[in-house]
Design a protein around this ligand. Structure first.
Ligand code: APR
Length: 246
């Protein structure tokens, strides 16, 4: 990143990084953009699949109406993801879990790149594309790149273990994330358009609990006004700068 364009890490943030114990990082699709994973929105566009807006094919109704079409969409996404690698932003965040006493990583991403970078204990708010779930008994299993036929337990049909539009988040996931947000001192918002709730509500919980909010995104979002510090830029370039600041 040309030196001139590098965002400056404030003295305030450096101090809080040095003294901070309880840190929350909330990530969205933007953190995986530099790994080659298309975001859903951003740049004024939103993703379309076979003429269908992604939030139509990625919906609970579509699972009822045409589960095969939903699998086709996720097979396409898994194919895109099959050889992508974590980028410096994922790697930097993975290193923070050993730099802060209480570190929480909450992601809206289903790509598993945080775990590939070595992050442990990731709170996946929207599920994981490498897992499937039984449409009847709810049993989940890892899928790898394949599309498993039926539930190993009850034999019923499987669907991607991903939260679709119109569906609730996995049991306990948001509660855990909200707990981390309510007790953190420092909250980083990285690569999310902050349009989808309840995930976008987590920084608001952190703010009202007195946390210092820092946003990393090349664009402004509905949460920018709430932030104590805004670092405009790409996560893969800005996160290492933050890591070098303490
Ligand atoms: N670094 C940081 N941020 C980036 C980068 C980058 N290299 N590239 C793009 N961004 C930002 C965009 O400016 C945008 O604000 O990432 C954001 C991506 O927004 P979305 O595509 O809306 O992704 P996200 O916020 O994660 O979407 C939330 O919506 O579609 C559902 O379930 C899906 O989890 C997803 C949820």
């Amino acid at each position: 990143m040309p030196v001139a364009l590098r965002p400056t890490i404030s003295a305030e943030l450096r101090d809080r990084l040095r003294q901070g114990n309880r840190v929350l990082v909330l990530t969205g699709a933007g953190i995986s953009a530099e790994s080659g994973v298309p975001t859903f929105r951003g740049g004024g566009n939103s993703l379309v699949w076979k003429g269908m807006p992604f939030d139509v094919i990625s919906s609970a109704q579509m699972v009822q109406r045409d589960l095969d079409a939903v699998w086709e969409w996720f097979d396409y996404r898994r194919n895109l993801l099959s050889d992508v690698k974590p980028n410096p932003a994922h790697q930097e965040i993975a290193s923070w879990q050993d730099r802060f006493a209480n570190f929480g990583l909450v992601t809206q991403n289903i790509d598993g790149l945080h775990q590939k970078a070595g992050s442990r204990d990731v709170v996946e708010l929207h599920g994981n594309i490498w897992r499937a779930r039984c449409t009847v008994c709810g049993l989940t299993r890892d899928t790898g790149a394949g599309r498993p036929d039926a539930c190993l337990d009850c034999g019923d049909r499987l669907r991607p273990d991903v939260v679709l539009f119109g569906e609730l988040l996995p049991a306990g996931a948001f509660e855990r994330a909200a707990q981390i947000a309510a007790t953190c001192e420092l909250c980083f918002i990285v690569g999310t358009s902050a349009l989808v709730y309840p995930a976008a509500g987590l920084p608001e919980i952190a703010k009202s609990a007195g946390a210092y909010l820092c946003e990393v995104n090349p664009e402004q979002t509905p949460l920018t006004y709430l932030c104590d510090e805004v670092l405009p830029g790409k996560a893969g370039e800005v996160l290492p700068l933050i890591g070098d600041a303490f």
